[in-house]
Design a protein around this ligand. Structure first.
Ligand SMILES: Cc1cc2nc3c(=O)[nH]c(=O)nc-3n(C[C@H](O)[C@H](O)[C@H](O)COP(=O)(O)O)c2cc1C
Length: 421
């Protein structure tokens, strides 16, 4: 097991004895905003080309409490803290200057950071051929999350990035464009090229375009680093783990996923997606469960594909026995509704669900791709559930070791999610 994962486990004792020490007066900013001197392209909702970008982490609702207001987005995020940032290199696309852009959800705009000459681009650092089209680049401003979740925040930064990639996958599905994820490449170089300040970590890229067969040279953006958090405290464990896990190596996945979904209804599901806050112990059908499993287990094209086992605690599925189900068969049978809730840090989401999922993986070297993949699977689960009229919530807080014992696995527990009504 990766040291970081072991050190950031929750247990019954740890959540009761570790001081949280949250500095409520110094909450980091939710948005990174580049100065006005950079040219903006405002994203119009009615423009289908612009909609492709708006669906990637765009704002879909506002939530207000006394003294605070949160923007909710197409992607879910642990604690609604949104550490992910998205950039995109655009080349050879009508109506766009070739360049590197920042996708700014608060302004609903693409901000042109740096125009590119024909032979310049991020491809060199990604170790891929020149691309005509889009290369999306994902980073995390980890303090937005570690401000609250301390060391465990790196897990959530990776999941959140996976969810953000999930929003891009959904956007690609609507316009019928294939995509592939690049987890490899020279991460330190990309941090420099994109002028990230300390605390912003480049994590992965997604190519939506065609290879042109030539290599590119690096470019230089002449911009000062922009502070995306306002307050910052370094976290040594997160920064060390980032470096330690920045050189993934694994097998490629070239197969493209297949989703049989009606587009208008799917688009509505993307806009409407929310985390369900309370489940009322209603059942779902086996047909819905089968459809969900088919959708979430579709291949995810990438340069490093790490296996993730999906355990489903079947609580309330008409036509299925209660028990723990994995890859088509039962690991054990019985009523584990209360146990599933207890394991999710006593959150009723886990016990009142139709199904509570636990995602399990083993890789130390490919920890970053594996955790992002867990986020992508999680995002698929949210969207297909919404599409079928079923609620869903990510659950990042669970008693790690007790979940492993319960599932009888030696793997790392990567993520939990609950679905139901
Ligand atoms: C990685 C991750 C972990 C989460 N963990 C929990 C959790 O333990 N309990 C919970 O109630 N919600 C959890 N959520 C849901 C978030 O609270 C929710 O996404 C956020 O408040 C934004 O709301 P929305 O999803 O409705 O847009 C999690 C979401 C993510 C992506």
């Amino acid at each position: 097991m990766l040291d970081y994962h072991a050190k950031t486990m929750h247990s019954y004792l740890s959540v009761r004895t570790k001081s949280q020490g949250i500095d409520w007066d110094n909450q980091p900013k939710q948005f990174k905003i580049y100065p006005d001197i950079y040219r903006r392209i405002t994203l119009e909702k009615e423009n289908s080309h612009h909609r492709f970008f708006s669906l990637i982490g765009g704002i879909t609702a506002q939530k207000s409490y006394p003294g605070v207001s949160y923007a909710l987005r197409t992607n879910p995020s642990a604690g609604a803290l949104y550490p992910s940032e998205v950039y995109v290199q655009i080349r050879g696309v009508e109506d766009f200057v070739d360049g590197i852009y920042h996708l700014s959800p608060s302004e609903s705009a693409l901000v042109l950071l740096c125009p590119l000459a024909h032979n310049e681009g991020v491809e060199c650092s990604l170790h891929v051929n020149k691309i005509k089209g889009f290369i999306f680049l994902f980073s995390a401003l980890y303090y937005r999350s570690s401000w609250k979740y301390k060391d465990r925040a790196f897990r959530y930064c990776l999941h959140d990035t996976g969810h953000m990639i999930g929003t891009l996958e959904a956007s690609c599905l609507l316009v019928e464009k294939p995509y592939r994820i690049i987890y490899g490449g020279d991460k330190q170089r990309l941090n420099e090229l994109l002028c990230f300040g300390r605390g912003e970590l480049y994590l992965s890229s997604v190519i939506v375009g065609e290879e042109e067969g030539f290599t590119c040279k690096d470019f230089l953006i002449d911009i000062p680093p922009v502070d995306g958090t306002g307050t910052f405290e370094a976290n040594a464990l997160i920064e060390e783990t980032y470096v330690q896990t920045s050189h993934p190596l694994g097998k490629k996945q070239m197969v493209i996923p297949y989703f049989d979904l009606e587009k208008e209804h799917f688009l509505k599901s993307i806009w409407q997606r929310r985390s369900i806050r309370e489940l009322t112990q209603k059942s779902i059908t086996q047909e819905a469960f089968d459809r969900i499993m088919h959708y979430i287990t579709q291949p995810i094209p990438s340069d490093v594909d790490e296996e993730i086992q999906i355990y489903a605690v079947i609580n309330r599925v008409v036509g299925m026995n209660q028990g723990v189900w994995e890859n088509g068969s039962y690991v054990k049978m019985g009523d584990f509704t209360q146990k599933a809730g207890y394991l999710c840090l006593e959150q009723s989401l886990g016990s009142n669900s139709a199904v509570t999922f636990f995602l399990v993986g083993k890789s130390v070297q490919n920890y970053q791709p594996m955790m992002q993949k867990a986020g992508i699977i999680g995002h698929r689960l949210y969207l297909v559930s919404e599409y079928l009229g079923i609620g869903c919530s990510g659950i990042g807080a669970y008693y790690d070791a007790e979940v492993s014992d319960f599932l009888e696995t030696k793997g790392m527990i990567l993520y939990a999610l609950a679905i139901g009504k």
